[in-house]
Design a protein around this ligand. Structure first.
Ligand code: CP
Length: 337
């Protein structure tokens, strides 16, 4: 894929200063950085209102009637893309799922010209996933005042809606976030999920945040909150943890695999298994953002066991994205008044 280089720098490129409108409402969602506890709590409450149980009719409203949402995914996705699509449709929006592989960006059109083209067709919300750091913030700086940008996964930097669905799931299962011991295990160095979850968990007062990885996949200095404990031994991370989140190794972001354990060695040292979970706190839950590699970062039967909340995370993804779409389009409506 050809991507216009933006010459942005990782982890400082999210544009958190752009997220709020002049009167303090959420207009873009680019990062969890800069969102305070009260705002995250409100977003979780709004998301909870869209949660329904299997067998019940799904939540629907007309909140986005007359609005257009464009999904622009320049990296693969199943969960995020499908849930933004469903969320927008269940709120009554027109939805454009642009096939980026057949778009004119392939003929050399810049991402901004593509955005300006779709903006002229009156797209209100762009949902953007891109392999390059800084793309959502870059677009947010250039769209007109009646358009919102939602970050659906930015390189290894940020995945804010994933963080919100993770927090919602933890809150549902543990009743709170404050004071919990949370272990995030795997490729921390290349994980936007770990970064956004860490930022949000610290803001919400997590008791202890442990980031566990092989030494070659430890986070670079300054890329995760200072409150996090950086660990390289799984047993140290998982002991007494209330929440254990397994992550995939992001092979697509790793140029040189030297120092990274092979599959069998990885599972033996860092795989989350029934045996390993005996060290965790009673009632501990197991999470995974997906896509998951069974038998590598997580024992397959554990992923399907009662302590696994992986399908609940997926279900909450639709509710969170409905809440975010409702919130930012209300901000756009307020700007029109
Ligand atoms: N968790 C997540 O972002 O999954 P997808 O890559 O399938 O969207």
């Amino acid at each position: 894929m050809s991507v216009t280089r933006l010459h942005t720098t990782s982890v400082t490129a999210e544009g958190f200063e752009l997220q709020l409108s002049a009167d303090g409402r959420l207009r873009h969602l680019l990062t969890m950085r800069g969102l305070d506890r009260e705002r995250i709590g409100e977003l979780l409450d709004q998301s909870q209102a869209f949660v329904t149980s299997p067998g019940e009719p799904v939540a629907r409203s007309d909140a986005l009637r007359g609005k257009t949402v464009a999904n622009l995914f320049f990296e693969p996705s199943t969960r995020t893309r499908a849930s933004f699509d469903l969320a927008a449709k269940r709120l009554g929006a027109d939805v454009l799922n642009l096939d980026v592989n057949t778009s004119s960006r392939k003929k050399g059109e810049s991402i901004l010209d593509m955005i300006y083209t779709l903006q002229a067709m009156r797209v209100d919300v762009f949902v953007v996933r891109d392999a390059e750091a800084g793309v959502p913030g870059f677009i947010a700086r250039h769209v007109n005042e009646f358009v919102s940008i939602l970050n659906a996964g930015e390189s290894d930097v940020s995945h804010p809606t994933q963080a919100l669905l993770d927090l919602l799931t933890i809150r549902q299962r543990k009743g709170r976030i404050e004071g919990l011991k949370v272990a995030i295990v795997g490729d921390i160095a290349h994980s936007r999920v770990a970064r956004s979850a860490s930022e949000a968990l610290v803001t919400m007062g997590v008791g202890e945040l442990r980031l566990v990885s092989p030494p070659a996949l430890s986070p670079a200095a300054g890329t995760v909150p200072a409150e996090a404990r950086i660990l390289n031994r799984l047993d140290d991370g998982i002991r007494d943890a209330d929440v254990v989140m397994a992550l995939r190794i992001q092979r697509e972001r790793i140029g040189n695999l030297d120092g990274i354990p092979g599959i069998d060695e990885y599972f033996a040292s860092y795989g989350i298994s029934h045996e390993r979970m005996k060290l965790a706190a009673p009632g501990a839950i197991v999470m995974h953002p997906g896509p998951m590699n069974r038998g590598i970062e997580i024992e397959s039967s554990l992923a399907d066991s009662p302590c696994s909340v992986i399908t609940q995370q997926v279900a909450n993804g639709v509710a969170v994205r409905m809440a975010i779409l409702s919130t930012v389009t209300q901000t756009l409506d307020n700007q029109r008044r």
